[in-house]
Design a protein around this ligand. Structure first.
Ligand code: NDP
Length: 311
């Protein structure tokens, strides 16, 4: 059985940052990238809010640089999907990880950085206009819609927060809410209602997007009257929730009711010794590349300390 001191699952900013720190601490980490090496950032275009890139950088280029930095210190980056995890509950125990259904590996510490996946409505047009007006992250992409009109779907805290964020940058923000009320907290609701350039359309769902090469119109339907109408908008933002990629750990690690991994406060430690969780699999509030990198760093430092204490 192949054995390692430190295994990192997932290759987004959290995973690569954990790898850089773990490798520099001589833990000789092995990383499994998952099916989308580089994670969510490889599906975005320009990243302008990651410190250190004064001219911005594309998501794929940034992830390639993070990979090179992790490899430079000796991280072994392997393409593969972890399909099973049998985590030990013993101090110093070996955690058994199965890759691609057939390869079994044991590791003394496991850093989980499997990320999350933004939910989409499932419209064909969302794929057609991906990167051309459709986005699931207002903080990442809102800037590209400066002065333009946009539509945002959702009625939770994320939608409310992102609608108010977009309202500062954009012309008009139309919020599509499928029910007659928002799920967002009262404080966030009040902010939405107090913002002049946000219009909330109740009982309204997006059914299609139209435009020559990029989004120009959002087709919506009132789900009470079945009436269809068109909204002129250059940006179409989804804020209907994320799904953390944590199904592997169901029944073994503590999660909240939406599947986010729960860690000790001010720490990335899970309830099992030697298992640490970082990035979007564990953070539902900030979900930024830089915060994911921060928790990846924490996870590697905690893994190093855990191993040192065992010695
Ligand atoms: P939520 O699950 O809370 O809200 C999702 C919203 O999207 C709901 O309004 C839901 O409608 C709507 N929705 C879901 N599916 C569809 C669909 N197919 N079509 C149209 N609308 C849809 O997700 P959030 O991302 O907003 O929040 C996740 C968690 O993170 C929450 O616990 C939230 O409180 C927290 N959070 C906290 C923040 C903070 O404290 N600053 C900031 C952001 C998030 P419906 O209500 O009808 O189900």
């Amino acid at each position: 059985m192949e054995r390692h001191e430190c295994l990192i699952i997932g290759s987004g900013p959290a995973g690569y940052t954990a790898a850089i720190y773990a490798a520099r601490a001589d833990l000789q980490p092995v990383m499994y990238t998952g099916m989308e090496p580089g994670g969510q950032l490889t599906t975005t275009t320009d990243v302008e809010n990651f410190p250190g890139y004064p001219d911005g950088v594309t998501g794929p280029a940034m992830m390639e640089e993070l990979k090179q930095q992790a490899e430079r210190f000796g991280t072994e980056v392997r393409f593969g999907l972890v399909t099973k995890a049998e985590l030990s509950d013993k101090e110093g125990g070996w955690h058994k990880i199965t890759v691609d259904e057939n390869t079994e590996i044991e590791a003394r510490t496991v850093i989980i950085s499997t990320g999350a996946t933004a939910k989409y409505l499932g419209l064909e047009a969302e794929q057609k206009y991906a990167g051309h007006g459709v986005s699931a992250c207002a903080v990442c992409d809102g800037f590209f819609f400066k002065g333009k009109d946009v539509v945002i779907v959702g009625g939770g805290d994320t939608a409310a927060e992102e609608a108010t964020y977009l309202a500062k940058l954009c012309g008009k923000v139309t919020m599509l809410v499928r029910r007659e009320e928002l799920r967002a907290s009262k404080a966030m609701q009040n902010r939405v209602f107090a913002t002049e350039n946000i219009e909330v359309l109740w009982n309204t769902e997006a059914v299609d997007l139209e435009g020559e090469g990029a989004v120009e119109t959002v087709v919506v339907k009132n789900n009470q009257t079945n009436e269809t109408s068109r909204i002129a908008a250059q940006g179409f933002f989804l804020a209907i929730g994320h799904k953390p990629n944590t199904d592997l750990f169901t029944g073994q690690l503590e999660m909240d009711d939406t599947g986010y991994l729960i860690t000790a406060s001010d720490s990335t430690a899970t309830r099992l010794p030697g298992v640490f969780a970082s990035g979007d699999a564990q953070d539902k509030v900030y979900r930024q590349a830089v915060t994911a990198a921060g928790t990846g760093c924490m996870a590697a430092l905690e893994a190093e300390r855990y191993l040192a204490a065992l010695d």
